[in-house]
Each structure stands twice: as C-alpha cells, then as structure tokens.
Design a binder for this molecule. Structure first.
Ligand code: MTE
Ligand code: MOS
Length: 802
C-alpha cells in the first residue's frame, strides 16, 4: 500500500474495493474479457463495412491532386461523369452548406478544395458509382490542370519562412536565460522526431443512409460522433438535429479518428442526401495513408544547464511541429508537447517555445499521447546526455531530477504536482528488474563483444489526465431498465478496441449489483446522448464511467425510495447485494422483482447521467493553472541488442510497472499497456514516413511502412500493474486512465538503443540518436560514435550527430 494512500481509506467505500465483489460476475476489478473479444476473433463483430447494404447503395472514391501546392486552372470531369456506373460526381461547388470540416472552427479544412490544392494527394473531387470498382476506375479519367505554387515540404523550411497554422506559444517559469548563464554545466543540441501513421486495422469509413425530410443517418468510424454530427449539419446547411451519427465500434482509432472522420462522412452524406440512395465512403489503405493526418514530426532545439549531480537548473527548449496544411488540432497538440516537456522532472527555470509550422503536407492530427510523447522523448534524451557528460548512470540522474513531494514540485505551467508516486514505483521496479546488476553484466558483455552490443535503459512516464481544453471534460450517459430487469446502457464514449464499453458496463453492474450479462452495451448514438466530447485524452472511462454511475444512482435511489416506502423501512435499510436487494432484516428480493414492482407502482426506470471533471482550470494567456485532474505514472526498463555491422536490433527484455490506480479491469488494462508500449516502440524504431521532393508520401502501405510485427514483441516481457496504485483523486472507483500513457514507456527502448550505440565509444561520445531509430539510423550513429572516438579531445565530451 502506498504511503500517501493508506491512512485515509474507508474500506466501506465501494470505490476503495481491492478485489471484485464476491458473488458478482463482472463488477469492477474483475478481469472480464472484452465484450467483443469472442466476436473479434470469430469475425462476427460488426464494423461499418459489415453492415448489410440496402439495395441501391452507392460507393464513393476520392480523386486526388498530384501536386503539393497550386491553383486548379482546369478541371474537366466529363469523362468521369460518363464512365460506366457513375451516378454523381462531386466538386467543391456541390457542397450545399459550409465547405469546411475544421474541428476548431479555423475554416481551413475544406471537404473539397475550392481552387487551391494544399498537398499531394488532397481529394479534389469525388465519384459515386454503383460499385466501388466503377468509382475507382472513373476517378482515373479526370483531366485536371494546375498552376503550381511554391510548396513548403519540411518543418525546417516552414520555420525559416515563418509559416504557421496557429500563433507561436510560450510557457515559462523563472528566468531560464540567467539560470543557464549561471549553470555549472551546459549542453545544447537538436533532435528530430518523426511522425507516425495510425495504421488502425479499419480505415476511415462512413455509411450514410438518407432519412425523410433530407435528414441523414451516418454509420461512421469516429471517436467523435458529436463533432461529425455538427460538421455534417454545417456542410449540408441543416440544423444538427437533421443528422444522427452512430458508432458501434471502430477497428482502432488511436487519435486518427478524433477529427479526421468528418471529411469522408461529409462526402457520403452529400451523396446520400443528393441522390436519396445510401452511400458508402471507404478509403483503401493507400488512400488512407496518403489522405489522412498523422502524428506530428518535430524538431526540438534545446539548451540545458545542470550541476555536478546532473540536476537541471535551467532549460531553454523550442519545438517546431509539422502541422501540415491546416490547423486541425495542432494548437492543442503542440500545447501538450509543452505540458510534457518536464515528463517526470522538476526543470527549475525554464522557457518553452512552440511553433506550429504550416507545410504543404497532409494535416497532422491527434495520435495516442497527443504531442506529449514528442515532448517526453526530447527530455529523456537530454537526461541521457547530462548523464554521459558528468559520467553518471542515467538512472541516478533521472532520480535526482524527479519532482519532489514538498518542494521542487511545480511544473512549467505552475501546477503543483500532488500525486507523485514515482519514487515508490521506481523502488518497486528496481527491486524486480535488477537494473544495477544487469548494468554491470552488460558492461562486461560489451567489453568482450566487438560486433553485438547490448544496451539498457529505464525511463519514467508521468502523463497529465484531462483535456487541456477545459470545457471538453464533460460526459453524459443514458440507462434504461426494462420490466424484466435487463439493462440498456448508453453513453457518449466510443469503443475503439480499448475496452471502454466493458469498463463502463462493469461500473453499472457494480452499482446495481447485477451480473454483467444483464447489461446490454449499445452503440454510441448522438440521438441518445448529445453534445459529447471525443473519446480521447484517455479520459473515456474516467468520464463516461462517472456519467453512467450517475445515471445508475438516480434509478437506484428511486428504487430504494420505493422499496423503503413499500416495506415500511428507512431508506438506509435497503441494500443492493449481488443479484438481490435486501430490505430491512427480513425481506429479500431479486433485482428483477423489485424492478417489476417499481414499474407497476409507476416509478421511472430510465435516467440520464452527467459528469464534469472537478478541480481543473487553465489560463492559456498566462500559461498557468491546473489543467490536469491527476497524473498517470509508469516506468519501463528495456534491454536491447544491436548489431553494429548492420544496424539491426531487437528488444530482448522489457520490464514494466504501470500505475492504473485501482484497476477497473486488470485484463483490459494489461492489454492497453502492452499495446501502447508496442505501438510506441514502432514509432520510435521501425516506422518511418518518407515524402519525396514532390511532397508525395512514398511509404503508404505496409510494404514500405513497418509497424511492429508479433516477432518484435520482446522475447522476455514482464508487465505489472503497480500493486500500490490508487488514485488520490476521487475518480471512478479510484482508477486511473490507461489509454495513452503506456505508449511513452517505449521511450526506454529508444534510449536503450542509444545506450548500446554509446558502448561503441566506451560511453565517452554521445550518440545524438534521432527518432525513429531505424536500422539505417542506428548504423549511422554507430559510425559517427566510432569517428567521434578517433576525434575525441580531452576536455570535452563530443557529440556525434547523424
Ligand atoms: N486502444 C485500442 N485498442 N485502440 C485504439 O484506437 N486509442 C488510444 C487508447 N487505446 C486506442 C487504444 C487513444 S489515442 C486514446 S485517447 C484512448 O485509447 C481512448 O480511449 P479511453 O479514453 O477510453 O482510454
Ligand atoms: Mo487519443 S490521441 O487522445 O485520441
């Protein structure tokens, strides 16, 4: 039990449950399997493309620009229109309402561009035909001419030319400049961090079904049904109540469907309303990779000051992010990179600057961690450089820089860190992963092994939970109980594989003390719960779990009042136990019996629920406040092996301890941690996005874009939910968000690779390893470190850039 937690625990409080309630199947804390698990593996889970198509369904295909920037001077689509099977062809002129689907009302995301092309692959028209094949064939018949305009294809160039999608932003504490001037040691450097394609298994898709009066129902693979609803209403020039969006599940979203489902939904909706026929817009993999935004690539420049113990006393850091052609969520994403500059460390006097660069590339968007990972990768490399500079073990430098509990505990955005469990969590993982012993073994191994080198690194994660845009932190739910006692559950969160639906259902099962199989989990639908936020920022279970519990408690209190009156007892004498309700000392009823009686006595068995996250506030003008309700913590120790002749590597052993508070569902949480870690590892190692000089993405399929395969899972993978985890804040059953934080545990793999490379130079030359650390990058870094050894002077630690 963690110290900060043990004293005040009220064991009667259901939130403090340590284990599943005996006799209840599928309440909180139980490792219930994902509700769709069996259907996933049997191929029976219904995704949008599996919905039976009504007769007359049309199929859409987008027509893409083949320049990065320019004016359309001629667009002759006559051959497209007369191609076999074509029913209609859309251009910007066919958008009945507002030609924009930008999420933050920046008006820079046209459904189809009106005259100006902004990236290679941007859809400029769209074909609807009787079959998909016909639509795709017709697209090729377009005759389009352009007047090319100069294209900006890199962050570097955009920064030089001061091209931004949003104004630069600064966050500061103290006086970084004078702190740096006073510092005993000082280092500066540049790090390039690559982007990442979401590579969800199910690509972007919307199936639009026309309704009466020109209304439309959209089955859409989106993390944000309400935003799609509002955007499509605007595009159609109709009120929001004319559009209904339904999402049963996504085949993965990972942030890529937080905003970027709207464009495809808009095209399908326009066709459906225009033709009166169902219309399906499904991107194939290549189109999806070319036409939808990714994780932002970053260039980070830093100047850090530190003392003999490696303690940071001043930091000046600048982020330049590749936002692509439009703002999308870039402002908030770049803010989150700034919020996570510190990761787990007290930075002292610090100035953080962020530039949101505009390029003629696809508009980048949310991706698991939402900019946070980019900020954290940079500081972890900085810490390693500090350690090498002063000749200390990086672990000790990390610990020396951890936030304190009573002092050294304010973040660069002036929030006090109140829940820092990292010192304890670090002790726990160190006891089980044998870091110090293995460090010695690895040194000995490397000294004897000229070609194969081993590397080891242990890195922490501290990740802020809440949307940093405060108003988004709200959620709603809807529960009905039918006369037979079966429950219909709905809320604003969406299911993308992360297990949100099962967790929320477990919360409701616990509240009513009924088995999980009494609860029907239903598709997210804007007609049931309105004005929801995206399922994002890892806060799905925190918020929707609370909203659903609120709804359940409303009905429960009606049932209690009814039972108390009927049986002549005080309300406190009515108790819900597994499967039954105990009234006073003598009466015991089945849950379903009580429900039936309540119905007959005209008690409402339906309720909505609502939740707004407490305590949070943030003033962006002054860059200060308490943007996060709490932090999620974790730590990973990764060991790798590299081949210095080929640059190839593998992760041989990984130990993870991650704090999920008190887990709502340990099976789901383990899945999230493992999946997040592997996805992060892919980002930092093998996944490389590559555009040619024309701005054309050349890595647009799995043949050239390498996501981790099963064989990349570390041979020895030891994953623990941190046993002392408990949220000090009153979150749903004291759990913590788990969706994004584990991705950043993978930074340890990148750092372990750098450590193995450093061994080539006897740890005297700093490998300035960028991300991703592809085999090519590793080979270059090895060569540079070897060169650095030869050139090494005696009074300075040289750095070997790529
Ligand atoms: N896990 C799976 N299997 N599929 C996904 O698409 N998305 C991640 C994470 N885990 C994702 C996932 C992202 S980016 C977020 S923000 C959270 O899940 C969202 O869900 P939650 O808030 O319910 O954790
Ligand atoms: Mo997750 S990047 O917040 O959708």
């Amino acid at each position: 039990m963690s110290d900060n937690a043990s004293k005040t625990i009220d064991t009667k409080d259901p939130d403090e449950l340590l284990a599943p309630t005996p006799g209840l199947s599928g309440g909180v804390r139980s490792a219930s399997k994902h509700d769709s698990g069996p259907k996933h593996v049997a191929g029976e889970a219904v995704y949008v493309d599996d919905i039976l198509e009504p007769f007359g369904t049309l199929h859409l295909a987008p027509g893409a620009a083949n320049i990065a920037h320019g004016r359309i001077t001629k667009m002759d689509l006559s051959k497209v229109r007369s191609a076999p099977g074509v029913v209609c062809v859309l251009t910007a002129d066919d958008v009945p309402g507002v030609n924009d689907v930008s999420p933050a009302h920046t008006h820079d995301d046209p459904v189809l561009p009106d005259g100006i092309v902004q990236f290679y692959g941007q859809p400029v028209f769209c074909v609807a035909a009787e079959t998909r094949e016909q639509a795709r064939n017709a697209v090729k018949l377009a005759e389009i001419e352009y007047e090319e305009l100069p294209a900006i294809l890199s962050v570097k160039e955009a920064l030089e030319k001061q091209q931004f999608v949003a104004p630069p932003h600064v966050m500061a504490q103290g006086d970084a400049k004078s702190a740096l001037a006073r510092a005993k040691h000082r280092r500066s450097g540049v790090m390039e961090i690559g982007g990442q394609d979401h590579f969800y298994l199910e690509g972007q898709i919307t199936f639009a079904i026309p309704q009466e009066d020109g209304d439309v129902l959209l089955h859409c693979s989106t993390q944000h049904p309400s935003e799609v609803q509002h955007n499509i209403a605007n595009v159609l020039g109709r009120p929001a109540n004319a559009v209904t969006v339904e999402v049963r599940r996504m085949g993965g979203g990972f942030g890529g469907k937080e905003t970027q489902a709207s464009q495809w939904a808009a095209l399908a909706a326009i066709v459906a309303v225009k033709t009166g026929r169902p219309a399906k817009m499904r991107l194939d993999r290549d189109d999806d990779m070319v036409m939808t935004g990714k994780r932002h690539d970053f260039i980070v420049e830093y100047d850090v000051g530190f003392d003999d113990d490696g303690r940071i006393c001043g930091l000046d850091i600048q982020y330049a992010a590749n936002c692509g052609f439009s703002a999308d969520l870039s402002a908030a994403i770049c803010d989150r990179a700034m919020f996570h500059t510190d990761n787990a460390y007290f930075l002292g006097d610090v100035e953080i600057r962020s530039y949101r660069c505009k390029t003629n590339l696809v508009s980048n968007t949310a991706f698991r961690g939402f900019g946070g990972p980019q900020g954290m990768v940079a500081i972890e490399r900085i810490i390693d450089e500090i350690a090498m500079t002063i000749g200390r073990d990086p672990l000790d430098v990390r610990i020396a820089n951890y936030y304190g509990t009573t002092d050294r505990n304010t973040t660069p955005y002036h929030m006090t860190v109140e829940d820092n469990v990292l010192p304890e969590l670090t002790d726990d993982i160190l006891a089980s992963c044998d870091y110090r012993k293995r460090r010695k073994e690895i040194d000995a191994f490397n000294a004897e092994s000229p070609v194969i080198k081993r590397g080891l690194s242990i890195t922490p994660v501290k990740f802020g939970i809440s949307f940093t845009t405060t108003f988004l932190n709200q959620a709603g739910a809807l529960i009905h109980i039918y006369q037979d006692g079966s429950v219909h559950l709905n809320h604003g969160g969406t299911e993308m594989g992360q297990g949100l639906f099962i967790k929320v259902a477990q919360v409701v099962a616990e509240e009513f003390q009924i088995d999980l199989d009494r609860i029907k989990i239903t598709a997210t639908n804007t007609g049931k719960v309105p004005n929801t936020s995206a399922t994002a920022a890892s806060s799905g279970a925190d918020m929707n779990g609370m909203a659903a519990r609120d709804a359940a408690m409303t009905i429960k209190s009606r049932l209690i009042a009814f039972a108390a009156e009927k049986y002549g007892v005080v309300e406190a004498a009515v108790r819900f136990a597994p499967g039954r309700v105990i009234v006073g000392d003598v009466t015991e009823l089945e849950f379903a019996d009580l429900v039936k009686q309540a119905y007959l006595a005209r008690v409402s068995l339906s309720a909505t629920g609502y939740y707004a996250t407490p305590k949070i506030h943030y003033d962006r003008e002054t860059a200060s406040g308490r943007p996060f309700y709490y932090f999620a913590y974790g730590m990973a120790c990764s060991e790798v092996m590299i081949d210095t002749l080929t640059g190839e590597y593998k992760a041989t052993r990984v130990d993870i301890s991650h704090d999920v508070g008190r887990s709502l569902n340990p099976a789901i949480d383990r899945g999230q941690i493992e999946g997040g870690f592997i996805q992060g590892m892919g980002w930092l190692t093998s996944e490389e996005l590559w555009w040619d000089d024309a701005g054309r993405l050349r890595t647009h399929a799995p043949s050239t874009y390498k996501i981790p395969a099963c064989s990349d899972r570390p041979e020895d993978f030891r994953l623990e939910l941190w046993s002392s985890g408990r949220n000090v804040e009153k979150t749903i059953h004291r759990s913590k968000a788990v969706g994004e934080p584990p991705l950043m545990l993978a930074i340890s793999v990148h750092r372990a690779i750098a450590d193995a490379i450093a061994s080539v130079g006897d740890y005297k030359v700093i490998p300035m390893l960028n991300a991703p650390a592809t085999p090519e990058a590793v080979l270059n870094a090895v060569a540079n470190v070897a060169k650095g050894m030869i050139a090494q002077s005696h009074d300075a630690v040289p750095a070997a850039g790529e």
